[in-house]
Design a binder for this molecule. Structure first.
Ligand code: UDP
Length: 330
């Protein structure tokens, strides 16, 4: 059985990817410092090693746990606004962590690396839908930190033959359909969980950050992609890395506005979800929608939950069942 080391496997996307890997028959070791992730999110069957990618000895210890076929790297800070407020922390932790991990990956002789990358690499894109030929002009220190890691991976391939898949996520959303795994961030800043917190009675209303954008209803348009569909792409990337390194955009190819998200959540939850207008949030591009043509063609990827209804229904099941997120086990 092939073994995969998953950094950040106790986090939102990493834990879903871990579950998908186990489902596909891989043996998984999760390496996570639990600063953002949750011990309870690590799927059954995965081994958890608690440690930070910033700690060279811990990283080397984790890589020595098994002969690994690949490393999947999710462990990172990921908030655009926070990265603008504190760019040095983002460069230090995201880029610094990736340097430690990559150096140790090369030393351990692992030849496949999958990076959790971001559509923030495209800043304010010139063309929508965004395909892989779009210029890379990161929109924030967060995006820049991922871009730097992508550049390092190019040299890891060139010098050491480490093949990498950089998967540039659009808006990860939804939850495992079983309702056992989902989004649990503190603080929560993402639209769908915040809207569902209103439906749960935990917030009075949702603020719409600007309705004067150049979009059909004036609110920002995003490509929401189900977290299990994101996870599937990581599993599909592993055999593809036998051939070559890849950089692929990972979204559904359909955009929904903030108003459409709120309206769909009203239908799914049956709650009126009051909404109020608020100022634009700094750094939000009007529209971010992926072209999913390349990932479909190169990896044979097909989303299983492409509709906004399915994404919000699964998220709702998770939030209703876990109104306070993951509960520490006794
Ligand atoms: N948004 C909003 N109100 C909120 C949170 C988010 O109007 O309370 C908007 C945000 O401005 C963006 C969209 O919802 O246009 C998606 O934001 P999110 O933070 O979920 O993801 P991002 O696109 O920033 O990665």
């Amino acid at each position: 059985m092939s073994s995969i080391l998953v950094t950040g496997g106790a986090g939102y996307v990493g834990s879903h990817a871990t579950a998908a890997l186990i489902e596909a028959g891989y043996d998984v070791v999760v390496f996570d410092d639990l600063s953002k992730g949750h011990r309870e999110a690590v799927p059954q069957g995965a081994e958890l090693i608690v440690g930070s990618v910033l700690d060279p000895a811990a990283v080397r210890g984790a890589l020595a746990a098994r002969p690994f076929e690949a490393v999947m790297h999710f462990a990172a800070l990921s908030l655009v606004g926070e990265s603008v407020a504190n760019p040095w922390r983002y460069f230090r932790e995201n880029v610094g962590g990736a340097i430690e991990l990559l150096e140790a990956t090369v030393e351990a002789g692992v030849k496949k690396f999958v990076l959790s990358s971001t559509a923030n690499l495209f800043g304010e894109p010139e063309r929508v839908p965004i395909d892989e030929s779009e210029p890379l002009i990161p929109g924030s220190p967060y995006g820049e930190s991922k871009y730097m890691i992508e550049r390092m991976l190019r040299w890891a391939d060139e010098i050491h033959g480490v093949r990498s898949a950089c998967l540039r996520y659009f808006n990860a959303a939804g939850a495992c359909p079983s309702g056992t795994r989902g989004e649990d961030h503190t603080p929560e800043t993402h639209l769908i969980p915040l809207v569902l917190q209103v439906a749960l009675g935990q917030r009075e209303q949702i603020s719409i950050f600007g309705d004067d954008y150049d979009t059909p209803d004036g609110t920002c348009v995003r490509d929401y992609i189900h977290v299990c569909d994101l996870a599937d792409a990581h599993v599909l990337a592993l055999p593809a890395l036998e051939q070559e390194s890849l950089s692929l955009n990972l979204g559904n190819g359909t955009g929904y506005s903030v108003r459409e998200v709120i309206e769909t959540a009203r239908q799914v939850t049956g709650h009126p979800i009051p909404a109020v207008m608020a100022e634009r949030r700094a750094g939000d591009p009007p529209t971010l929608v992926a072209s999913s043509g390349a990932i479909r063609e190169r990896l044979g990827w097909e989303p299983r939950y492409p509709t906004l209804e399915a994404i919000i229904e699964t998220a709702w099941k998770w939030h209703k069942g876990h109104p306070d997120g993951y509960e520490p086990q006794p």
